[in-house]
Write a protein that binds this ligand. Structure first.
Ligand code: IDP
Ligand code: MG
Length: 139
């Protein structure tokens, strides 16, 4: 089933602004089934590990500070073509470039504080899901 799953986080800015309900509603209305979900908060070490691929980028320290400053909602989602369809639903990294109706167009403030994460491949969806959830939680 791994090829039909993706992983998302509603990031600290989305949680702070009270957008959890609206974003989950949009995700559900778009045909994604929530397989696992929790409100949690990443430590600095968590964020550095989760975003290790970006560690040489100039925005890495800012990204770690942002992603650890408050609670997030982590979730595993299931749908046919989940990874690609969820990337379409969230829109471009920079909300200024995101299509109308996408989650980032609606709720993101900037390229750094962009409301939501979506895995970029089936392989990373499995890795990221396992980072936040035990096997027992990924029923
Ligand atoms: P993605 O989330 O659309 O996959 P990535 O390039 O993987 O985008 O970047 C991971 C996260 O790092 C972004 O979602 C955003 O929060 C942050 N980020 C990406 N590019 C920039 C930038 O140029 N300036 C500041 N933050 C950035
Ligand atoms: Mg990415």
């Amino acid at each position: 089933m791994a090829t039909h799953r993706t992983f998302t986080m509603l990031k600290p800015d989305a949680v702070e602004k009270g957008h959890i309900g609206a974003i989950l509603e949009k995700i559900s209305a778009s045909g994604f089934k929530i397989v696992a979900m929790k409100l949690t908060q990443m430590t600095q070490a968590d964020a550095e590990t989760f975003y290790a691929i970006h560690k040489e980028r100039p925005f890495f320290p800012e990204l770690v500070t942002y992603m650890t400053r408050g609670p997030i909602v982590a979730a595993i989602l299931e749908k046919e073509n989940a990874v690609a369809d969820f990337r379409t639903l969230i829109g471009a990294t920079n909300p200024a470039d995101a299509a109308d109706g996408t989650i980032r167009k609606l709720y993101a403030a900037s390229i750094s504080e962009n409301a939501v994460h979506g895995s970029d491949s089936d392989e990373n969806a499995a890795i990221e899901g396992a980072f936040h959830f035990s096997g027992r939680e990924q029923f």
